[in-house]
Write a protein that binds this ligand. Sequence first.
Ligand code: S3P
Length: 428
Amino acid sequence: MLSVRKCKRIEGIINVPGDKSISHRAVMLGSLAKGKTVIRNFLMGEDCLSTIACFRALGVKIDVFEKEVVVYGSGFGLSEPDDVLDCGNSGTTARLMLGILAGQNFCSIVTGDDSLKKRPMKRVVDPLLKMGAKFLGKKDSTLLPLAVKGGELKPIYYEMPVASAQVKSCILLAGLFADGVTYVKEPALTRDHTERMLKHFGAEVDIEHDNKIVSVKGCPVLNGCEVIVPGDISSAAFFMVAAAAIPESDIIIKDVGLNPTRDGIIEVLQEMGADIKIIDSKMKAGEPVGDIRIIGGKLKGAVVGGSIIPRLIDEIPVLAVAAAVAEGKTVFKDAKELRVKETDRIAAVARELAKFGVHVEEKPDGMIVHGTKSLNGAVCESYGDHRIAMAMAIAGLLAEGETIIKNTESINISFPSFENLLKSVAVF
Ligand code: S3P
């Protein structure tokens, strides 16, 4: 449980934990590479720890230190696990790892928690079947638990029906085990961390930006290396929204990942009138990183839809909180993927913001949030979803009286230090 009160402003200089997407990928590629991979600023959140546990079960030696992880790569020599591979709550672990398992000449069984067992896996099973892997699982092999038996794969050209970085990454990782070049075409540009990291480890990756086609050459030699994980912009988002929406706030978030496939939140908050500046941006281990300064003020509504959606998909719950206190209405559309995240995030946001007195119209592919002058404190559910829990905590900072968010353990999935960091910057 988390109790939050209205605050006067947000103030300070902070760092947020390492990027979740990049941390997962570093463990996976480090496990396949030859030699040692050192991952600095690794996110010690439950999702990434699930990835470590799975790759240890596949025979990889991985040492975990306070902020650093060292992976002793197997050089494409994973071994058959003795038990079921449990991905916990992590869709990224399940979908990306299935791509790797599809290339192994042994049988593995992948499962997850109750939320993950409801999330669609057909989107990765379909292309992997085309590449030659075999599956057996619930609901015609479309849900976890799934048994996968792999082996040598065929390269494919695959047009993805949904814009999903997890699907793209799954196919590219499977493509490492195919003799030839595997192509993926996406309907909209999604996060490109896998492509960047594959190059960083020495794989041959080609990107046709205009056509949104990515390809990888199979059977490469991947070399262990150093990965410096930037701060997670999806975690920074909570503090960005709090600072932008509370007048007189002034916060600097240091060393945040500014990958252009992830920075849609900056664009939208600026369009809503927020004062946001990037200071000191540089490249670190193939990813752009910089400090973000946000000064509080008044926000106005915006329309958020189209190709920007994959660039801010995980930030929509907290952007809806910004919309709740903005002048006018904010329309979120083309975002039906939100319905198959850790929970149905459209339904969850609509239901919980209503408790603060906000009028939200739920739509099949999004919602319309009508901004209001003041929010009332509320007792909120988190639906076991880390981003809903944290978004409602930010709403609590903006609301009169006390807000209580129930069952907030899920915050540990991506941001274990969230509560302490929030306390350190909130001025009452
Ligand atoms: C992720 C991709 C996105 C995102 C998720 C992490 C990744 O999911 O929502 O939190 O690391 O590739 P989809 O691929 O389902 O859009």
